[in-house]
Design a protein around this ligand. Structure first.
Ligand SMILES: [Zn+2]
Length: 395
């Protein structure tokens, strides 16, 4: 009798001990979840329960120096996405068919996205409002009110297409600046993105109106360049003519500055490219061989096409510097513009034992005034001008 009592007591103690251990382990587990993994799990739950759709801000406009001519502007377009779990199973094929018809997309690809088990799938970016309206009408007619999102977006347009292309640059599919001013001043132009936050359950299904939160986008700032559109177009027109006439295979550049302020009024590069289609090749030679190039060669060629050579490449000024020598000589009163026969070109000149040739050594320029020497870009005359200054220093 007594031994059964002892046995029962022993069993009770064991059960008590096991229960205590289980309780203890559970408390430890709860503590870990609450205090150690708490914030991480909360963030995971938040991202699962909220459906985050972006509202893109309107990017700032780029104007020329007059403040009137628009060089780059953003227009409103729309981006279409779906929340697959909010589309009824029996409607899925119908939705995919309608979307592929309206936006001219591949049906199978759209269907795959509509059937995906994810909270949001982008169907097509940057569509015109009239196409998005077709979808709105279709949704109404077919009584489909959830699962399809039509969100405001913007698209960049360059009204003058190729004008000042190397200066302005262009943007990518997420409206981010990729080249030129668009890239350099991206922070000023881009603005800040807004959000539509929706509370959903674990499958991405809406939890009703009260869970919706709308944070509006802040538009970007405008930019006014020192470039004057009229001067820029004249520079581009004559640069193109000169490059074609003189068969400049490397292209050419012109920079026009305001001598009083140093402002750059025009910066032309040839060949330029179409800012509205920045991935389209700009020369015939290149488009013939384009398909045979590897992807890294293509990328190099595109970089080359977008490059603003006027400020990115080094160039030996050479004869351009004759302007500086001539201006200095005039300012110092060493010569005048039209002193007939003041200088003479014999095809070359000796400087410290080295013979420096005129570019037209085979038929020397002969008697020259400063104006003629500049027009002919005659080397011996300008070297002579320098020694004229030297002799004055010695006197
Ligand atoms: Zn000469």
């Amino acid at each position: 009798m007594q031994s059964t009592n002892i046995k029962r007591k022993k069993r009770l103690r064991n059960i008590l001990f096991i229960s205590f251990m289980i309780c203890f382990l559970l408390i430890v587990r709860v503590g870990t979840i609450q205090f150690i993994q708490g914030s991480e799990l909360q963030a995971m739950a938040y991202s699962q329960q909220t459906l985050n759709r972006k509202i893109n801000p309107k990017r700032g406009t780029i104007y020329d120096s007059t403040g009137k001519n628009i060089l780059a502007v953003s227009a409103s377009v729309e981006t279409i996405s779906v929340t697959p779990n909010n589309i009824k199973e029996e409607d899925k094929e119908k939705v995919a068919r309608a979307m592929s018809d309206i936006f001219e997309l591949d049906y199978e690809t759209v269907l795959k996205k509509v059937n995906k088990n994810s909270s949001i799938e982008t169907i097509v970016k940057k569509v015109e409002k009239e196409d998005a309206d077709k979808l709105r009408i279709w949704m109404k007619e077919n009584n489909i009110i959830t699962g399809i999102n039509i969100d405001e977006d913007t698209k960049r347009y360059y009204p003058y297409a190729t004008l000042a292309s190397h200066i302005i640059g262009f943007t990518g599919s997420d409206n981010q600046g990729l080249e030129g001013i668009e890239s350099r001043y991206d922070d000023i132009l881009k603005g800040s993105t807004g959000k539509i936050l929706k509370l959903t359950d674990a499958t991405g299904t809406d939890l009703g109106e009260e869970g919706e939160d709308y944070i509006s986008a802040v538009d970007g700032n405008d930019l006014i360049l020192s470039i004057d559109m009229t001067i820029q177009s004249i520079a581009e027109k004559y640069l193109k003519e000169a490059c074609i006439d003189n068969k400049c295979t490397d292209g050419g550049n012109i920079i026009i500055t305001n001598p009083k302020t140093g402002d750059i009024l025009a910066m032309a590069g040839y060949p330029n490219y179409d800012l509205n289609n920045p991935y389209q090749i700009n020369t015939d030679e290149l488009s013939y061989v384009w398909d045979s190039l590897s992807s890294s060669e293509k990328s190099t060629e595109l970089q080359q096409m977008w490059r603003n050579k006027a400020i990115s490449d080094t160039y030996e000024p050479g004869s351009v510097f004759k302007l500086v020598t001539a201006s200095t000589a005039l300012e110092e009163g060493l010569t005048d513009t039209d002193n007939q026969g003041e200088f003479s070109c014999t095809g070359s000149i000796n400087i410290a034992g080295t013979r420096i040739k005129c570019w037209r050594y085979y038929r020397p320029h002969g008697s020259q005034s400063l104006r003629q020497a500049l027009m002919n870009s005659c080397n011996p005359v300008f070297i002579g001008l320098r020694s004229k200054n030297r002799s004055r220093e010695i006197l």
